[in-house]
Design a protein around this ligand. Sequence first.
Ligand code: ADP
Ligand code: MG
Length: 289
Amino acid sequence: ATPTALMVGTGRGAQLGILIKGPEVLETTREVDTIVLDKTGTVTSGVMALTDIVTADGVDADRTLRLAGALEHAAEHPIAKAIARAAEERTGPLPTPTEFTAVPGVGVRGVVDGHTVTVGRADTPLPAELRDAKERAEAAGRTAVVVTDGGRPSAVLVVADTVKPTSAEAVRRLRELGLTPVLLTGDNQRAARAVAAEVGIAADQVIAEVMPEDKVEVIRRLQRTGRSVAMVGDGVNDAAALAQSDLGLAMGTGTDAAIEAGDLTLVRGDLRVAADAIRLARRTLGTIR
Ligand code: ADP
Ligand code: MG
């Protein structure tokens, strides 16, 4: 393509809400055949709300929510924001933890009011009532996190995210352009499949329960099969994978880390614009199929 065509393409991209790091990015854009979509914040709104609290026998719901909320108040994750917000609404201003650690892709732990508390993925066996609640929530596409207090599971907190209204159309358009969409997430397998089904991604194209540092390995694995891989993401935990992918697309509504790592930014955070970007690149470079 001529430099002029690339300039025109870049300008047209800006009108569509696509920021392109450099004209040469369009060359890669037209080559991609696989598009990996981060789930939370990319396919879904990423704004979560607490929908349920299920406690173990003899545990007070508000008290547990308060301990969990106090810890999550110090964390960044959308799950953390949902829990902290609900705790504050239901129980008033939250205490400050005396110890706090966030473990990306796992959860938070610390000390609140003298209680040693964790909130996140459970690696301990759960009593039946909590295990059942967790399985039911996940089957419905929700995320269930476990609260432990003094090492004992005390509650399951269920948070729900919503699929963006534009995601199903975006997936359809990406498919029409000949791309294979893949859903990638740290969230559990059942919740990931429920979201995939809602937007039209095949169950065998769901890669779930992936730790943040392993997302980049998923991209490499796909590349080793000879695919040219685009990735769309929004989070700090997507940055390395965005950088590794042949074409990184960052949601403009996402974190600075993702935007810096990407080759393209979808300014409005609308996944349909990912399809626009690929069409634009193919058209600009005269290879519209
Ligand atoms: P995603 O890839 O969907 O953005 P993450 O890799 O950030 O998800 O997190 C994966 C899982 O780790 C979450 O579904 C949740 O179970 C747990 N988790 C991570 N951070 C937190 C937190 N602050 N509070 C509770 N659970 C968390
Ligand atoms: Mg995300």
